[in-house]
Ligand binder design. Structure first.
Ligand code: FES
Ligand SMILES: [Fe+2]
Length: 408
């Protein structure tokens, strides 16, 4: 591949990468590096794909598209959620073509081989008598559910280089228990097509150095942004006082990134106060929906979850917003947000959709533009890696982690 006029290998690019700097151009657009990203990194991540309420009935399925792959996520006759590669074991055709639906079996449209919802081949027309269908089940994809959030991992079954899902589920256990996330429903889902490499999407999400200049709304709502810009002066005391109030309500507080930074999937969570007088992430600080689950009080805090570089969630007392970042091609990523409210909350009476989605929608529209412009600049012949600022420590850590995983 070519980097600044010279042909160099990925290994060389990795070795010569300056610590604390953004990556060289090929990492953001080269097709070979993108394939390596997918094989060595993305396919080994637990990826948030959907909420259980999107496939509530037996036989309900949805498709998740990532890179060259299409994954069928289906609820079986036994009520369990499973995932399969959408690849027929006969000649490889896609099997499910609809985005969503309800089926009794998975039947390939090409020659009509039939699979049951556990992935077993149960019908193969006209094959010889000695054909053993049990040798041709669908390729299973790992799937797990925690608090109603469905995750998949595309790694091969014998690949040991995958994080233990229990650690990710434990983050939710620690902070989301009383919100009953499995019992929420999706009030809104928005897709933000983003013409940029997935690492630019991640880089943007991990740092708030850009928040003050690029997100006036987010900065208005989240007190930490201005505090961070002035060196967190007085912020720890304010956070401490808020934590005491939250604790008095019996709500958990704290932050935990207690992961080995070189693990296959660093993850963690944090809680912080929103802003004085604000009980949720809304334009006026007032509630946007009824309290979730068993909560009895708005404590004025927000909880962020990093499930890994491509999956995040922000939880308030009255709603959850999930973030799903999906690499599709070297220069295209799909960003999907879903807003969840209590299952019995009615639009109009219980919540107003515009108020509910305002914060993250306006912020993500801004981010999409920033990220696309970032890719355009990176594609210039004059682009060269630039230094991350101290406020971009998480992005710098991601770049370090990424290069380590890519080299491994
Ligand atoms: S490719 Fe699926 S039945 Fe032939
Ligand atoms: Fe942003």
């Amino acid at each position: 591949m070519r980097a600044h006029g010279n042909t160099v290998s990925v290994e060389e690019l990795i070795v010569r990468q300056k610590p604390g700097f953004t990556l060289e151009q090929p990492f953001y657009r080269d097709a070979g590096i993108f394939r390596r990203d997918m094989a060595k990194i993305v396919s080994r991540l637990w990826l948030y794909v959907a909420h259980v309420s999107e496939i509530p009935e037996r036989g309900d399925f949805l498709l998740y598209r990532i890179g060259e792959e299409s994954i069928v996520v289906v609820r079986g006759r036994d009520g369990e959620i499973r995932a399969f590669f959408n690849v027929c074991r006969h000649r490889g055709s896609r099997i499910c073509l609809e985005e969503k639906g309800n089926v009794r079996t998975l039947t390939c449209p090409y020659h009509a081989w039939v699979y049951d919802l556990e992935g077993r081949l149960i019908g193969a027309r006209g094959m010889p008598d000695d054909f053993d269908g049990s040798e041709y089940p669908l390729h299973a994809c790992r799937a797990r559910v925690a608090h109603g959030l469905v995750f998949v991992c595309l790694a091969r079954p014998d690949d040991p280089d995958v994080a233990d899902f229990a650690g990710i589920a434990a983050d939710l256990d620690a902070f989301a228990g009383r919100h009953r996330l499995a019992e929420t429903r999706i009030a809104h889902r928005e897709v933000y097509p983003t013409h940029a490499n997935w690492k630019l999407v991640v880089d943007n999400f991990l740092e708030c150095y850009h928040c003050a200049p690029a997100h006036p709304e987010y900065t208005m709502v989240n007190a930490f942004v201005k505090a961070q810009d002035r060196g967190l002066d007085g912020y720890d005391e304010a956070t401490g006082a808020w934590e005491e109030k939250a604790r008095a309500l019996g709500h958990p507080v704290g932050t935990d990134y207690g992961e080995d930074p070189d693990s296959p999937q660093p993850h963690g969570y944090w809680r912080q106060p929103i802003r004085d007088g604000f009980v949720t992430l809304s334009q006026d600080g007032r509630p946007v929906a009824p309290l979730l689950g068993d909560l009895e009080h708005w404590d004025g805090g927000e909880t962020g979850f990093t499930f890994g570089p491509l999956s995040y969630a922000y939880l308030c007392s009255d709603h959850l917003c999930t973030f799903r970042f999906t690499p599709v091609t070297p220069e295209f990523s799909e960003v999907v947000l879903t807003w969840h409210v209590r299952a019995d909350a009615e639009e109009g009476g219980g919540y107003d959709l515009d108020r509910l989605k305002w914060m993250w929608d306006v912020t993500t529209v801004e981010d999409t533009r920033i990220i696309i412009d970032n890719q355009k600049g990176v594609n210039s012949a004059r682009y060269a890696p630039g230094p991350y600022a101290p406020l971009e420590g998480s992005s710098a850590a991601f770049a370090r982690w990424y290069l380590g995983r890519l080299a491994a």
